[in-house]
Design a protein around this ligand. Structure first.
Ligand code: SAM
Length: 280
């Protein structure tokens, strides 16, 4: 039954999946799914003895100076349109207070300023990424609206029921403890608030699946090495996408954390997925 459900959600590429309608898993099955989802943790530097969180921070500090360039180059600029989908998904709600978790160099926070929000806060564990983000915000004269601070998604320095929307772009895959991060996001969201996640996923069909694999395992690490001097960072990118519980599995986690009105939309032949959820 579980396999059939997963197959159905995977073959849903480009369509919307609704977890509440499709997932009526008995407790034992969802516990099995949970164990399956959490089976492997990949880290950027396999020889390092540091925690995943410390390694991730170190990696983004190292590549920050070329992060934006690499993003646009590797995705042929499509990453911009993916991030715009986050803003689009919040247009109806028009949240006044937004938290952008794992904000990095603040691309999403900057795009969110196109909404009517009064306050946008971006948090990240990498000071180097935040520094570049702050410069971009200052250049656009948006420092009165957007503030960035160093904070960990797994221990958010905010009171509960605080934000009308929380966004994360390409961040959840990097959390050391995925469920702890989502639990924290749930806590700081106001009831009725929306959670939007943009994350890489894996194309399932020929020829995109094969092209994607070649590109991510061969071209990306080489370009990464050449441009950022950190080949491992771009090998980690591929490995972390492989183990991330995408699609229906991620919706199952959101549901377990208490979210409702769950949706997953596959973007660009399944290379990315946009998830939305509401705190009841
Ligand atoms: N959201 C940005 C974007 O769309 O380009 C940055 C995404 S970047 C791939 C992932 C970011 O997640 C990095 O800046 C990293 O430092 C941050 N990150 C990873 N784990 C985190 C955590 N536990 N708390 C806060 N930020 C985290």
């Amino acid at each position: 039954m579980l396999t059939r459900q997963l197959q159905r959600s995977f073959s849903n590429s480009g369509r919307v999946t609704r977890a509440r309608e499709e997932t009526k898993l008995p407790l034992r099955t969802s516990m099995l799914t949970f164990a399956f989802e959490m089976k492997e943790q990949v880290v950027p530097y396999v020889a390092s003895s540091l925690s995943k969180k410390k390694q991730v921070e170190q990696m983004f500090d190292r590549i920050a100076f070329r992060y934006d360039l690499m993003n646009h180059l590797l995705s042929f600029g499509i990453d911009v349109s993916w991030r715009k989908k986050i803003v689009k998904s919040l247009r109806l709600l028009q949240p006044k207070t937004i938290l952008d978790v794992a904000t990095g160099t603040a691309d999403v926070a900057l795009l969110l300023s196109n909404l009517q929000a009064e306050k946008i806060i971006g948090i990240d564990i990498s000071d180097e990424m935040l520094e570049i983000g702050r410069k971009k915000i200052a250049e656009k004269n948006l420092s009165n609206k957007i503030t960035l601070q160093n904070a960990d998604s797994e221990n958010l320095p905010f009171e509960g029921n605080n934000f009308e929307a929380v966004t994360v772009a390409f961040g959840v895959r990097n959390f050391e403890h995925l469920e702890k991060g989502i639990q924290e996001i749930y806590r700081v969201l106001k009831p009725g608030g929306t959670f939007v996640v943009l994350e890489f996923s894996k194309p399932k069909h020929f020829p995109f699946k094969q092209l994607y694999q070649f590109y991510f395992t061969t071209v990306c690490p080489l370009l990464g090495k050449w441009i950022t001097r950190d080949k491992q960072a771009y090998q980690y990118l591929y490995r972390s996408v492989q183990v991330f519980p995408e699609g229906q599995k991620f919706l199952n986690i959101l549901e377990r954390m208490g979210f409702e009105q769950l949706q997953c939309k596959s973007l660009s032949f399944g290379i990315s997925s946009l998830y939305t959820a509401r705190k009841p």
